[in-house]
Design a protein around this ligand. Structure first.
Ligand code: GLV
Ligand code: MN
Ligand code: MN
Length: 434
């Protein structure tokens, strides 16, 4: 079969032989069968379900005609190479780890859309002027080690070696979990692909209701909200639930309860600001013991960093006042910080062109959720395409849904966007520099 030059065919007039939507949903279903919990989807980094998921992705990438491998942190990388080995790489990615009791599409949808599109490009024998890598990032959710974006940070050279000392709930160090999986913790800096990156595109389920309200299958992300995250430990005085009078208690859980409501109140005070206590535990708690210790996480986000940082500063100062008043001590550790970032207008314009060619209305929206795309900011241009969520936009929940028809549109738009980028290259006005 002779090579088709990109630009000779668009995703519109050369429709793929396969139905992308049905195929992607079938693959997502298959991946969701790998779970470390019997009561819902749980795929956290470097555990058995994670290994099984990576193995499926690796096999599918190979079957799709990509040269595929798993890197030293568990990122699954499949490459459709350009004829000229010296050019740089367009990366299509998202993550394959999940939260606990997760939906099937958060992260995986973008990986599988990239995979299906790369397979179609390989099937059509399209010669791209840049390498195309489909990357399934090993970790984005921050569930197991309370450190998010491990996969994309390793990929972009932003991995902080201090993270290797973080422990999971069972006391396992990240460094030891890596070694158990056959990965060398000290080799993580060598995984960086920073100098080889031309651009990054990510397809992701919206995880909100905006596209439902707009009656659109896809939307272009204009910017991604930043987050600041803290781990908080309150230490009070444990005591007998029957004998310690209320006025003499130093109840760590009661202090935490007051803080949860403080976060809710402060973060309701500005539009686009959100704050969440997502993990809350009373270690060794018992029915008849006044809690002596309470641990929780704090996640505060906004589309602009100043709003987020002001809320975070207010909350931390008020936590100190609550602790002093209640006679408990508090230890607060910052465990993550990502700035709000804007997506590259030139890539957004390529999405717009592809969406227009598909006969749809281009629509731009902000992402309140964090994404691997954040880690590419400042390294290469990045952009994201959101896919309409069902069930009112619910995500981080087994109720998360998408339709095959919407996924099909997203994959076709992604395919055509890659062709738009290739066309721009060939016409001498490249949108991305390969
Ligand atoms: C990722 O799911 C996030 O926390 O935004
Ligand atoms: Mn998520
Ligand atoms: Mn995600």
């Amino acid at each position: 079969m002779s090579k088709i030059r990109a630009g000779d065919s668009s995703g519109v007039d050369a429709a793929p032989k396969r139905d992308f939507g049905e195929r992607i949903l079938a693959m997502a279903e298959r991946l969701a069968a790998h779970s470390d919990s019997p009561s819902g989807l749980e795929c956290t980094v470097l555990r058995p379900a994670h290994r099984a998921t990576a193995a499926d992705l690796l096999a599918w990438m190979g079957e799709a005609g990509l040269s595929a491998a798993i890197d030293g942190i568990g990122n699954v990388v499949g490459r459709l190479p350009a004829a000229n080995a010296a050019v740089r790489t367009l990366v299509i990615g998202s993550h394959y780890d999940t939260v606990r009791n997760a939906g099937k599409y958060d992260g995986r949808l973008g990986v599988l859309a990239g995979l299906a599109v790369a397979e179609e490009l390989a099937r059509r024998n399209v010669a791209l002027p840049f390498h195309l890598d489909v990357v399934a990032f090993a970790e984005e959710e921050g569930v197991r080690f309370l450190t998010a974006y491990l996969g994309s940070c390793a990929f972009t050279g932003r991995f902080d070696p201090e993270w290797l000392e973080r422990h999971d709930d069972d006391g396992v160090r990240l460094a030891d979990a890596l070694a158990e999986n056959g990965f060398a913790p000290t080799a993580i800096p060598s995984l960086s692909r920073r100098s080889d990156l031309a651009a990054y595109l990510e397809v992701h389920i919206e995880q909100g209701p905006v596209l439902i309200a707009e009656d659109l299958p896809v939307g272009i992300v204009s910017s991604i909200a930043g987050a600041v995250r803290h781990a908080v430990v309150i230490t009070g005085v444990a005591g007998h639930a029957g004998t310690v009078p209320m006025s003499l208690r130093h109840d760590a859980a009661a202090a935490a309860a007051e803080i949860v409501l403080l976060v809710e109140r402060r973060c309701a005070a500005a539009p686009g600001l959100v704050g969440t206590v997502g993990r809350l535990a009373i270690p060794n708690g018992a029915l008849n013991v006044v809690p002596g210790r309470c641990e929780f996480t704090l996640d505060i986000r906004a589309v602009d960093d100043a709003t987020r940082d002001a809320a975070s500063a207010d909350v931390l100062a008020e936590i100190d006042r609550i602790a002093a008043r209640r006679g408990v001590s508090v230890d607060i550790r910052e465990i993550g910080r990502s700035p709000a970032v804007a997506c590259a207008p030139r890539l957004a314009a390529a999405f717009e062109q592809a969406i227009g060619r598909a006969g749809l209305r281009p629509f731009h929206l902000v992402s309140g959720a964090g994404h691997d795309a954040l880690q590419f900011d400042g390294i290469c241009d990045m952009a994201m395409l959101f896919v309409r969520c069902g069930n009112g936009g619910v995500s981080h929940s087994p109720l998360e849904t998408v339709t095959a028809a919407d996924v099909d549109v997203a994959a076709r738009v992604l395919l055509d966007t890659i062709l738009v980028l290739a066309e721009s290259w060939r016409s001498g006005t490249p949108v991305i520099t390969a």
